[in-house]
Design a protein around this ligand. Structure first.
Ligand SMILES: O=C(O)/C=C/C(=O)CC(=O)CC(=O)O
Ligand SMILES: [Ca+2]
Ligand SMILES: [Mg+2]
Length: 436
């Protein structure tokens, strides 16, 4: 990696903000950036610290931020795009200053305390205006599992281990955590049916993914070298690529997913920075024997050494039956980003390799991240083997696919001995009935 662990990562670091040290997602070692409306006010930049959000424009007005950090906040309006565009320098300066200002023993505590909002009283928005969204397919276990269902004779197509496969998604329907997910209607054809039908999807599913936020980006026609790719990544979020499997299986050939995946995509609203995730970087897991070496434009020594992540991923399902019985959400899966066949840098370098320009605030999805086991599946179509083996819930309910009123919650956490654990915050959505 291009930078190192520093004092902001120390496990012993404590914050004066009440509750921050014990927060499962947002201790002082994380400091993710977002756009919030405190108490219905105008959207502005904020940083999550425990159960609170620090108002960044208000902090700027105190003159407590140093030059480069102040420039980062000055750039921001109602979206973080201008800050993402500045790249790593100002973002790191801001992290250093925030870490110092929120640290236990900070003499300016009395000045900063009034600038904190209770997160529960804030509305969280999309952190950036997303110009373009692309979804990859780097979860190799998912690709094998779902490939087996869509193409039993040919699950993993021959290009998979050479090309980071992706499809262009839809930016307009990306929503922050908590927004309702309306069941889409669409065209379907049962496997043995001879008629084609239009109506509400009967095989509604979720997909457990990470989102990758693009930073500075490239000019049209000027590819990003793999060794430079990290410098163009501004941060990460959780991403749920809601998918209507019945619509998908009928529409997807030969051009790929279209309406089956563009009705809504949910993301967690905090941008977790590459700096915060530094302790959880790992070498790229070695490719299985016999797999081809990636081409040179996808190969970088530093990326191989530390371009992958060790992040625990969880999927929970809360149904109306569980809710009414006062039972906890059902844990459907525990997975890990180690199952990514390609790194974020490889995704980004590949995307730009033909000259396509990536712009600040563009979003890349990794694709569904499933582990090899049944209880590590990042989608229901995998977990229930296409609906053949439904989930059995403590409420007595069964689930093959999502029903109206079901809520899906995704989580991601970095957990490593000797370091503070950090999380991504919430990525949740409740299914509401189809319109009309
Ligand atoms: O293999 C297929 O035809 C379809 C795959 C998907 O539905 C997955 C997709 O959106 C990419 C991913 O999430 O991995
Ligand atoms: Ca997907
Ligand atoms: Mg989608």
């Amino acid at each position: 990696m291009t930078h190192d662990l520093d004092h902001t990562h120390d496990a012993g670091l404590r914050s004066w903000v009440p509750g921050a040290d014990d927060h499962p997602d947002f201790p002082i070692q994380n400091l993710p950036l977002g756009i919030v409306s405190p108490d219905g006010g105008v959207p502005r930049a904020g940083v999550a610290i425990g159960r609170h959000i620090l108002d960044l424009p208000a902090l700027l007005a105190t003159n407590l931020l140093s030059g480069e950090a102040a420039a980062a906040v000055e750039a921001v309006g109602e979206t973080l795009n201008p800050l993402l565009a500045l790249g790593a320098g100002p973002r790191r300066a801001l992290r250093r200053d925030l870490s110092a200002l929120l640290r236990e023993g900070q003499a300016e505590r009395r000045t900063i305390e009034p600038l904190l909002h209770e997160a529960a009283a804030c509305r969280l928005h999309l952190p950036a205006a997303i110009g373009d969204y692309t979804d990859f397919y780097v979860g190799i276990h998912h690709a094998e599992n779902i490939g087996r269902q869509f193409r039993p004779d040919n699950p993993l197509l021959p290009n998979y281990k050479h090309v980071p496969i992706g499809y262009h998604g839809r930016a307009s329907s990306i929503r922050p955590s908590g927004a309702p997910v309306r069941r889409p209607s669409g065209q379907t054809k049962g496997p043995d049916a001879d008629t084609i039908h239009f109506g509400p999807s009967q095989r509604l599913d979720y997909e457990l993914e990470l989102g990758v936020w693009v930073g500075p980006g490239n000019a049209l026609g000027e590819p990003i070298a793999i060794g430079e790719a990290e410098a163009h990544i501004a941060g990460y979020c959780l991403l749920n690529d809601w998918s209507a499997r019945d619509i998908q299986s009928w529409e997807y050939q030969p051009l790929g997913p279209f309406l089956s995946k563009n009705f809504v995509t949910t993301i967690s609203p905090w941008i977790v920075t590459p700096e915060a995730l530094l302790p959880f970087r790992i070498p790229q897991p070695p490719r299985p024997q016999g797999d081809p070496k990636p081409l040179a434009y996808l190969t970088d020594e530093a990326d191989q050494r530390g371009g992958a992540f060790d992040l625990r991923l969880d999927v929970f399902l809360l149904t109306p039956g569980l809710r009414e019985a006062g039972l906890p959400p059902h844990r459907v899966a525990v997975s890990n980003t180690r199952s990514m066949y390609w790194t974020a840098a490889q995704m980004l370098a590949h995307h730009a390799s033909g000259g396509c320009n990536l712009r600040p605030g563009d979003l890349l999805g990794t694709g569904t991240i499933s582990g090899p086991e049944r209880d590590a599946c990042g989608s229901l179509i995998e977990a229930t083997l296409g609906g053949r083996e439904p989930l059995q819930l403590a409420s007595g309910e069964e689930r093959r696919f999502l029903e109206d009123g079901d809520e899906v919650l995704l989580q991601a956490h970095g957990v490593r001995e000797g370091f503070a654990s950090i999380g991504f915050g919430e990525c949740r959505g409740v299914i509401v009935g189809a319109s009309g």
